[in-house]
Design a protein around this ligand. Structure first.
Ligand code: SF4
Length: 309
């Protein structure tokens, strides 16, 4: 089983973060410009639930009241615009149209705009520290569908984006594996366990212990057991890593590669050395490139993403 993903991943994205001037005030920004050459490694599907609702650009801003997006879909919360008009039916239709589009596009992940009453996932307000009523109307649908979600703000940070990309690539690669034997599960675990420890050591150890138990036993588990373990691994990969963990593992993995495989990369620093996010991202990419050249495994980014179609 090769640790390679060579199909182009499909990303949905909030249209206003992809350069479309579709926000209520006619604004939009292209955050994918920060990805540089990575931008061409994906197939993009931008959508905007408020535009698809038919409210137009510009439009009075809207607000969720009486509950969050989940409550909205149970008819227990409302969407009203600044002029006090109820927009429930319009926003429902717009959100469902976007979800249908994303399903037709067969997306692997969605990049959402935080702070919007429609698209927000963890906050629906951009005002100061107020969270609003998260998730938003469309955000609730995305969560319900268990879609791999990435915050658009993180496209601006090279390290955050590196973290998202390596986790997404591992997520999709594992999702596409048919785990139906102990041997396959062990092979997958051995490839991805280091990144899981790096993300959430305690939770990863719980999975490790289950796998160890299984390998020791003479019984063959049913398909449901394999599905549950797979889901637990996938759920760990959804959660962003702490910067300190990224730096610590970067150094540890580099020392290991240097000693065992003679991998040499310039300007890799120990975790305590202060440097900016761009430099850390360059260090990570530098190691990744050298490791891929020698066909070795980089523990922090175990699946090689080489899209060829
Ligand atoms: S509804 Fe979503 S995609 Fe459309 S402008 Fe608002 S945040 Fe952007």
């Amino acid at each position: 089983m090769e640790n390679l993903l060579n199909r182009k991943l499909r990303l949905g994205i909030a249209a206003c973060q992809f350069g479309a001037k579709v926000r209520y005030n006619g604004k939009g920004i292209d955050l994918t410009q920060y990805l540089g050459r990575d931008r061409g490694q994906f197939i993009w599907t931008p959508v905007c639930p408020e535009v698809m609702s038919g409210m137009g650009v510009p439009r009075p801003s809207i607000k969720l009241s009486g509950g969050n997006g989940f409550d909205f879909w149970k008819n227990e919360a409302n969407v009203k615009n600044k002029e006090g008009q109820n927009k429930n039916e319009m926003i429902k239709k717009g959100a469902l149209a976007c979800l249908e589009t994303l399903e037709r596009a067969n997306i692997d992940a969605y990049i959402f705009m935080e702070g919007s009453p429609s698209c927000g996932v963890y906050r629906t307000s951009l005002k100061n520290q107020r969270l609003g009523n998260p998730p938003g109307v469309f955000g609730a649908l995305l969560l319900e569908k268990n879609i791999f979600l990435i915050s658009s703000i993180d496209l601006q940070s090279p390290v955050r984006w590196w973290d998202w990309k390596r986790r997404l690539v591992a997520f999709v690669w594992i999702k596409e594996q048919n785990i139906n034997s102990k041997e396959i599960l062990k092979e997958i675990w051995d490839k991805v366990k280091y990144v899981l420890y790096e993300l959430h050591e305690e939770e990863a150890k719980v999975i490790r212990d289950k796998i160890r138990e299984l390998l020791k036993s003479s019984e063959e588990p049913d398909a449901e057991f394999y599905e549950t373990i797979k889901l637990e691994i996938l759920n760990l990969l959804r959660k962003p890593a702490e910067l300190e963990n990224i730096k610590r593992c970067l150094w540890a993995n580099y020392v290991n590669l240097k000693n065992k495989e003679n991998i040499e990369v310039e300007e890799i620093y120990e975790p305590h050395v202060l440097r900016n996010m761009t430099h850390i991202a360059q260090e990570l990419l530098g190691i990744e490139i050298e490791v891929r050249k020698k066909n070795l495994l980089f523990r922090s980014s175990p699946i090689n993403y080489k899209p060829d179609r």
